[in-house]
Design a protein around this ligand. Structure first.
Ligand code: SME
Length: 161
């Protein structure tokens, strides 16, 4: 059984170095996409401070559909171009929102959310889904978090069929 180790550092690049190392070890012996997405969300939610939601939306028949996650129940379907998740798919790049109240079209699944980071997952050239992180704290995420979660997405995808 994989045992997570608490990450004590205040240094974000070092935090993500340790997080991605643990993620690679966690996913090492499993290829199942949904099982690995579930464990990736659980590891993120357990290890990262100040989150109220962490999980996946996956592209199905042209729209995002809720995937494995940790946190409160969430909206199930998000059209491409809607909300922060839909914007990340449309732009094919990560979207970092410091204050969700100032983001036009933000979809409030949990009224407590104040900031959000959405990272697209690519298979080849195709966006197959996103990783979405929500925080109850404004400006919780910065460029180090974006780079770290983009690396998480790469490790998840490489490990999963
Ligand atoms: N806030 C997201 C919707 C998903 S929930 O946060 C889990 C958005 O605007 O796309």
């Amino acid at each position: 059984m994989f045992e997570t180790a608490a990450i004590e550092t205040e240094d974000k690049p070092e935090f993500y170095r340790q997080l991605t190392q643990q993620l690679a070890a966690l996913l090492e012996s499993e290829r199942d996409f949904i099982a690995n997405a579930a464990n990736t969300s659980a590891l993120i939610f357990q290890m990262m401070p100040d989150l109220n939601w962490a999980g996946f939306y996956l592209m199905k028949e042209g729209e995002l559909v809720l995937g494995p996650f940790q946190g409160k129940t969430a909206c199930v379907r998000i059209p491409v171009g809607r909300g922060v998740c839909g914007a990340a798919v449309e732009k094919r790049q990560s979207v970092l929102v410091e204050d969700v109240h100032a983001f036009p079209g933000h979809i409030a699944c949990d009224a407590a959310s104040r900031s959000e980071l959405v990272v697209p997952i690519f298979r080849g050239d195709e966006v197959i889904g996103v990783i979405d992180l929500d925080s109850p704290i404004a400006s919780r995420f910065d460029g180090d978090d974006q780079a770290g979660i983009e690396r998480v997405a790469e490790i998840f995808l490489t490990a999963s069929a």
